[in-house]
Design a protein around this ligand. Structure first.
Ligand code: NCD
Ligand code: ZN
Length: 343
């Protein structure tokens, strides 16, 4: 196959930050995706509808001229979120979900939730208002090994949440384990999941062999090869519970290449090409369109896009970095070849 045309995809998990970084990264997303679920973990976090609306305006201002792109806003759930804010979000035309970060689980999650049981009234309200809950599914207990944190979260918190709120629509974000795949497959139709390009393409050796490679460090951390294989199988299965969410998470190169580097892989520069590579290796390019362009929209009850994008089989080298000196970001697969190119 030399040319691949698919319905324009959407990114159901994206970090674009704000200010200069926003202006650097957003054009990469808008050239391929029609819509994206925008993560609220700014400093300070986006916890109210009013904050989300002004952040949305800032994003709209950063869309390159002539591009059509719709940011789908989310709110950061905290123990202090008032029930009234959930009602207000339900009435808003621009807020599509709440995000649950266990406190301390990842970048800018300090304001997150320490005791999930304590926010059950909020989850009940989300269920009642029929607003999706997006979950960063990792426990943060110090005594829990970093490679076990997703599995542990599923066994403890998530099983309880789904049991107590059977009608709550949940997206378990950025799956990284075989156990997570099995859990989502077995759960009811209210449960879906996103999968990132890095978790389809790499395992933990990419971070840790031949030296430490900080640009492959994200959370949840890359796991063993057998987990990567389970994720590829899920993404290419045609099961609509699994859809595209890049978790593209830009951090300045200087803050990744340091003694305590930030978590997050930047993938927006070549997101659909990276997914195409993973699907092609699995001999499943025919399953890319459902995963990238249909199932997420269906889950969020939004219309599927009607226009298309075209990828061409043409090898190209990913730049070593993007942005000016003060916004320099090192992309995933920097300096390496890709086999598909967005036209
Ligand atoms: C994300 C970020 O940098 O905001 N980092 C990451 O490693 N994925 C946060 C997140 O989604 O966990
Ligand atoms: Zn994320």
């Amino acid at each position: 196959m030399k040319i691949l045309t698919i319905t324009r995809p959407d990114d159901w998990h994206l970090h674009v930050r704000n200010n200069a970084i926003l202006r650097t990264v957003l054009p990469h997303t808008t050239q391929q995706f029609a819509r994206a679920i925008i993560m609220p973990n700014l400093k300070p976090p986006i916890t109210t509808v009013d904050q989300a609306l002004s952040y949305r305006e800032e994003i709209l201002q950063a869309i390159p001229n002539g591009e059509n792109f719709t940011p789908l806003m989310t709110l950061y759930l905290t123990a202090a979120t008032p029930l009234a804010e959930i009602k207000k979000a339900a009435e808003s035309a621009h807020v599509y979900a709440f995000k649950l970060y266990p406190a301390g689980a990842t970048t800018n999650s300090d304001a997150g939730v320490t005791d999930i049981k304590a926010i059950y009234p909020l989850l009940a309200e989300l269920e009642k208002q029929d607003i999706p809950l997006l979950i960063h599914g990792e426990v943060t207990r110090e005594d829990c090994d970093i490679f076990d944190r997703e599995r542990e979260f599923i066994e403890t918190s998530l099983t309880q949440i789904t049991h107590n709120f059977p009608n709550l629509r949940i997206v378990l974000e950025h799956l990284t384990t075989l156990e997570a795949v099995k859990f989502v497959e077995a759960a009811g139709k209210n449960m879906a999941a996103t999968i990132t390009p890095q978790h389809l393409l790499y395992n933990r050796n990419s971070i840790l062999t031949g030296g430490i490679h900080p640009h492959y460090y994200c959370l949840p951390i890359l796991k063993r090869e057998r987990h990567r294989q389970a994720l590829v199988a899920a993404a290419t299965s045609g099961n609509p519970k699994f859809f595209l969410g890049t978790d593209s998470a830009p951090h300045l190169t200087s803050l990744k290449e340091t003694s305590c580097g930030c978590a997050g892989c930047y993938s927006a520069h070549a997101a659909i090409e990276l997914y195409a590579e993973a699907f092609e290796r699995a001999k499943a390019l025919d399953k890319l369109e459902g995963f990238a362009s249909f199932y997420g929209a269906d889950f969020y009850r939004l219309p599927r896009n009607t226009n298309t994008i075209t990828l061409k089989r043409a090898s190209w080298t990913i730049p070593l970095s993007y942005g000016a000196d003060e916004t320099r970001i090192t992309p995933l697969k920097a300096g390496e070849e890709l086999t598909w190119k967005l036209q």
